[in-house]
Design a protein around this ligand. Structure first.
Ligand code: IMP
Ligand code: MG
Length: 422
């Protein structure tokens, strides 16, 4: 089997967890390469629901190896809790889950600073998940971060933590926030370090050795293309490279070893947090929320919703090199009489067929729509392409054509078997 990168081609929450789970069947190792526990991947196995934040979704398939790569930021307390919950559900996490020794650690001052910066920004806030992701990547870039290899070495950890707390407590005081106690932080994180130590290793070498033995890799993206720190709607983005390139830097697997890029989109658009969303629409949001859909897996926040944005998906195909498209949540549109697709943006008399890099300009963009007739039938029982009504097939073919990728998978519900592979 090939080495595959899976990316979100919208603003995150594209239903990647479910597609990863399906693709994992044909892969040996599943690798997370960026982000942290800001991510929330929901996977249903039978009637059981799993929400994963840091652990790759591959953990739910027996016999698979999972890797948290060097590009991820690891909240040790969050990860220990996630492993505990998985063990309670009888999911094997020992001997099959490895954490990069060079992955950076999220510490309590990162979470506290994330929160304080949001408060300071007031109505210009980003709407972060408050998991400390931005400050942790900030420390990584500033070369003041602690890494997993520090966390698992008691002497190094105590020494480095003391220095970092000195600086960060100064900053917290300036925000009017409470400083953190060395003893309390040290204690909790040392315990987590002890619990995680057996998983920590050189994952770059592990992955290369596995490839030499013929193993195939699946890189599971977190968040989505327009939350990418370089290619997203900056500053309304997360702090990592969510696009395909991030899979290589975040794992140490070079680009020429990648065979295929799979992009995942919802059949419509959603976003959580602030920032422009050109096709946002109150009616479709009410419809989806009324069906109990589109509440965040990590924060429970209702997601903002809109029509499918083919300008964005085409841009995502360009930046990621998407070969195959997986379209999820198609059943969310079952009741609509008419379904709109954005095919261009317009500002005054200028037209765009890509997503402008300037968020202020993007905020002014008016979508140009093409309308499709709805199929007005439940799709949740469809298992083959030919089970789909002609109108659903026409809609799906159109969004794949507009995106410029091959339509390879269609998901019509949360269960593993509610997936049509073309
Ligand atoms: P942060 O990653 O917590 O710093 O949040 C930055 C922005 O990314 C906010 O708008 C979040 O709502 C968004 N975000 C972060 N992680 C996810 C995700 O997994 N799905 C969707 N949006 C996310
Ligand atoms: Mg999510």
């Amino acid at each position: 089997m090939a080495n595959i990168i899976l990316v979100g081609a919208q603003w995150g929450d594209e239903g990647k967890g479910k597609i990863i789970d399906v693709l994992t069947e044909q892969t040996d190792i599943v690798v997370r390469t960026q982000g942290g526990n800001n991510a929330g991947h929901t996977v249903f196995v039978g009637k059981r629901k799993f929400v994963l934040h840091l652990v790759p979704s591959g953990i739910l398939r027996p016999g698979k190896t999972c890797v948290i790569g060097n590009g991820v930021v690891v909240d040790p307390l969050g990860l220990v809790e996630e492993l505990r919950a998985l063990r309670r559900l009888k999911v094997k996490v020992d001997g099959n889950l490895f954490i990069s020794e060079t992955a950076h650690v999220v510490l309590p001052y990162h979470r506290e600073l994330d929160e304080q910066r949001e408060i300071l920004k007031g109505k210009h806030r980003l709407g972060t998940t408050k998991r400390g992701i931005g400050p942790a990547y900030g420390d990584k870039a500033a070369r003041t971060g602690l890494r997993m290899l520090d966390l698992v070495r008691p002497d190094a950890f105590a020494r480095k933590l003391r220095i970092r707390l000195k600086e960060n407590n100064g900053v917290l005081k300036a925000f009017g926030a409470r400083p953190l106690s060395f003893a309390a932080v040290h204690d909790a994180y040392r315990k987590a370090g002890d619990a995680l130590r057996p998983h920590v290793t050189n994952t770059v070498v592990l992955l290369h050795q596995a490839m030499m033995r013929g193993a195939s890799l699946l890189f599971e993206g977190a968040q989505g293309t327009f939350l990418d720190i370089d290619h997203g709607t900056y500053p309304y983005v997360t702090s990592s490279n969510t696009t395909a390139g991030g899979a290589c830097t975040g794992s140490g697997v070079p680009p020429h070893r990648i065979d295929r890029v799979v992009g995942v989109v919802k059949a419509y658009t959603t976003r959580v947090g602030e920032g422009p969303l050109p096709t946002e629409n109150a009616e479709i949001a009410d419809l989806l929320h009324g069906m109990g859909r589109e509440f965040g897996a990590t924060t429970g926040r209702p997601r903002r919703c809109g029509w499918f944005d083919a300008v964005a998906s085409r841009h995502a195909a360009m930046v990621n090199g998407i070969d195959d498209l997986a379209v999820t949540n198609v059943d969310g549109l079952d009741t609509l009489e008419m379904i709109r697709v954005c095919v261009a943006y317009r500002v005054a008399n200028q037209q765009f067929d890509y997503v402008p890099g300037d968020v202020d300009l993007l905020s002014q963009c008016e979508p140009v729509y093409v309308d499709f007739p709805g199929w007005r039938r439940p799709l949740d029982k469809a298992r083959r392409w030919r089970d789909l009504p002609g109108r659903a097939r026409a809609y799906l073919n159109a969004i794949a054509d507009l995106t410029g990728a091959r339509l390879s998978m269609v998901s019509v519900g949360p269960a593993r078997d509610q997936t049509i592979v073309r």
